[in-house]
Design a protein around this ligand. Sequence first.
Ligand SMILES: *Cc1c(COP(=O)(O)O)cnc(C)c1O
Length: 398
Amino acid sequence: MNQTEIMENVEQYVLHTYNRFPIAIDRGEGLYAYDAEGRKYLDFMAGIAVFALGYHFPEYDEALKAQIDKVLHTSNLYYHEPLATAAKAVVTSTGLSKVFFTNSGAEAIEGALKAARKYAWLKDGKNDHEIIAMKSSFHGRSIGALSVTGNDHYQEPFRPLMGGVVFAEFNNFESVLEKVNDRTCAIVMETVQGEGGIYPADPAFIKAVRKLCDERDILLILDEIQCGMGRTGKMWAYEHYGIKPDIMTCAKALGCGVPVGAFVLSDKAAKASLVAGDHGTTYGGNPFVLAAVTEVFKLFEKHDVVGHVGKITPYLTKKLDELMAAHPDKIRAHRGLGLIRGLELDPGVPVGGITSKALEEGLLIISAGSNVLRFVPPLIITEKEVDEAVAILEKCFA
Ligand SMILES: *Cc1c(COP(=O)(O)O)cnc(C)c1O
């Protein structure tokens, strides 16, 4: 099929839940994607923060091919080596205790919510527990994950959602205190809000929430599905704050392109929550995806990917600051941590106009929320690609 035929067929047969950019991506190479007509694009969205290593990282591809020749799937009723190696890598890197692998980010959130409910139920046998979630958050599209997603537009048509959820304001500890009570079993938040507009947690806020959770035996669930896996310049964003969650969720870059997520529990949460029969998944953490996860952790270590993020971040930050300074009437703010960054645009500059124009100029970039241009490039970008992206954006804003 040519590009037009691909797009026509997709629109004819696929349920229209996405407004797609008008290209069909055919292949990728390093930091560049190619459409079905062979046109080249610099990729600064990385499959929505998924391709941390870019396209076709050679050792990654080889590890996956080798696993295809051994076994793709076993079900979770048997042991397999990729489960052992990936679980060890995840648990060791988080400093937590046990992991459960899922197929997606939303499922990782579902598992985390179930674990928190079970933890509280084991303590008092009651079914009235509450979860405090944050306004402007995003945790996924399944009913449980949607129930803790602080976005009326996403929630409204699907009510009633899961009960027992109340919303506080992110980075406003007073608003958390107003919502907390004896029924509160968990507080869930992204360490860096992604879809909501790229807002990192304030250190004082997240530390105060951690302390509150410790005092009242509430589980702190940190969603690092987008901001984890080295993106902020630490392997996990919570490391910036000197705290640890009781449960952490990850996905997106965990498998660098294969569908995999995870929720990871502290010793305390793991010892008194989900047990055999409480939770499961047919595909979750199968040998194929966990061969990828195992290789991703190996490659992160071998190529010091997290160290590289630390080194390249100041350059990207400086360039985006310069872009903002050159267009004060169009760019209102620049926020972020490491390689998850946002430029907040003036209401008079529709972000969709900028992302569409960027596409025409050969740059893949996306928005976050209604007015933020989001930067979640592969973690292996260099100054050369930063310059190339910023030169294109300069044209788009001009
Ligand atoms: C993408 C995302 C999710 C949902 O992940 P899916 O794999 O799309 O289900 C949840 N939380 C955050 C912070 C995300 O960015």
